[in-house]
Design a protein around this ligand. Sequence first.
Ligand SMILES: Nc1nc2c(ncn2[C@@H]2O[C@H](COP(=O)(O)OP(=O)(O)OP(=O)(O)O)[C@@H](O)[C@H]2O)c(=O)[nH]1
Length: 676
Amino acid sequence: MSLCLVKRWCETPLMRRVLQFKVYRRKIQSDNNRTYTLLRHRWMKRLPVFCSGFRMASTQTHKDTIDLSKFPVDRIRNFCIIAHIDHGKSTLADRLLEMTGAIAKTENNKQVLDKLQVERERGITVKAQTASLIYRHQGEQYLLNLIDTPGHVDFSYEVSRSISACQGVLLIVDANQGIQAQTVANFYLAFEAQLAIIPVINKIDLKNADPERVELQIEKVFDIPREECIRISAKLGTNVEAVLQAVVYRVPAPLASIDDPFKALVFDSNFDHYRGVVANIAVFGGRVRKGDRIVSAHLGKSYEVNELGLLRPDEHPTQKLFAGQVGYIIAGMKDVKEAQIGDTLYLQEQPVEALPGFKPAKAMVFAGMFPMDQSDYPGLRSAIDRLTLNDSSVTVQRDSSMALGAGWRLGFLGLLHMEVFNQRLEQEYNASVIVTAPTVPYKAVLSSAKLIKEHGSEEITIVNPAQFPDRSVVSEYLEPMVLGTILSPDSYTGKIMALCLNRRGIQKNMVYIDDQRVMMKYLFPLNEIVVDFYDLLKSMSSGYASFDYENAGYQAADLIKMNILLNGQPVEELITIVHRARAYSQGKAMCERLKDSIPRQMFEVAVQAAIGSKVIARETIKAFRKNVLAKCYGGDITRKMKLLKKQAEGKKKMRRIGNVEVPKDAFINVLKRKIK
Ligand SMILES: Nc1nc2c(ncn2[C@@H]2O[C@H](COP(=O)(O)OP(=O)(O)OP(=O)(O)O)[C@@H](O)[C@H]2O)c(=O)[nH]1
């Protein structure tokens, strides 16, 4: 009884503070480091970026358990893991982290480097992650810097950036599926960067694994001798030690000298609300330490280094970073634009020539984003601002529409990138949005002198179909093209060729990579493959075909603007640019899909597709009222109220266009097509 009372008394807010204060005092005397850590967690979290200097000073007391000066350049290896989606990159990274003691070995280590909620839910990597491993081999210690990269084509920009910080790659291939489209694309990224390529055949534990066949494919397609392949099971940890040894022996040490002036490449960055920009860097020469003044070559601005260290995979502060090493740096930059990806950092007193950097990511898909309710606009604006700070490949422009109000037009690297961004807005910022039909960036060569003067150039890029210029003022329209690679078992070739033809694809090449699998190259208009091509390809090949694409410039095309009318009213958000030859079939398909997407209203709704004033397709949605109380015979009034409330809430998720209620996902659904 008395014990219980004491416990309760201890838990009163006042006593808690007193007791905590005592704990702090005692810890200051006994263990300086831990006290600082506690203080940091309790107080510093609330302080804004300008306090980051003080906060960093507090971490100065951390003991440097890793003495980086012990790792001369010849004992450093920088490598990334590349592969087709789901071939086991993140699982292999888990095993490498465990085996080198970076994380404790437990059953729960599943894709440890996939930290975002969206990555965990979808089971895909979206953002490349770095981890420094310390590996002991034959009495020597090696510092291995690993970068786990995403597999999906939309995030290949992350792969090319990661490659620039490395001298070698582990090219993972699934022992069951063999070489897939992203395996080919990623191989060429590494090959063109002249990196050492270690082929690793994963999932040999699977019943249908056929590592011999995969080795032959690797030899045939990539010209890598089959003896160089390492067979592993990342899941069970089988033979993973051989991978670490291969990294030590086959990946060259970085070409960087400690005697050169400090020079580092920013290959990734993210924004921390309290500390500002955390930039991931690869040091190409010299050394940098805390307190140094560094300059960013892009902006010419100088900063003091507040914190630096390794990622193991969590931040592990150190006093210095040396030539050849990969780590992070925090220098009071308050915006990711100050630490542009591809930028070079150097010491203020030792200017150097900037490193080549990267080509900026090019948005391939544009869509309008609008708040569900205009009163949510300020909140959504701040959510988009914050999310784009951590994803600089998204472009943002203000936009507005008659039906949806004020919003933005955002540019993404692909449709999955757009979906992931949308999901992150909802999950991380609780922001619900309406996304309009995605479109690709078209170009128009203007013929009107007045318009050329207005735009300052003859050629304009159109990212909003509503602003598509009329044929009368244009001499030529251009559409973006891509070179697609399809890998599939040969039994599906006929069906796949029909699909490609249906999407205006032009075959460029077709080779057998073994006696059953075929690789086809097609030139496609981007617009034809961006929305649902991949889904259709997967379903018609029972999931066996894979697809990847790369930019292939622009090509002249006969394009027209197609309007969608709901009860005679044009819907700006549903305007699409189509090829003249496909206008009728696409207009018909869009009307059919809209008929399925829009719930019945109290009145009849005519859904029409029109080119200019000519209607080319029509569907009718019959009048209807859903009586939610139909099954509620007699009974309690509160139950009826609940049902009506639920119906009202459902309606909130709709958008009123003219007098028609349109659900928010209709804008994207309407573009999905079926193969004819
Ligand atoms: N049987 C078996 N399954 C494995 C093995 N390695 C990975 N997997 C499974 O394959 C699936 C995909 O693994 P991930 O490690 O997420 O693949 P990934 O390449 O990182 O995927 P992305 O990041 O989305 O490209 C998971 O369900 C893993 O459990 C293996 O050696 N054997």
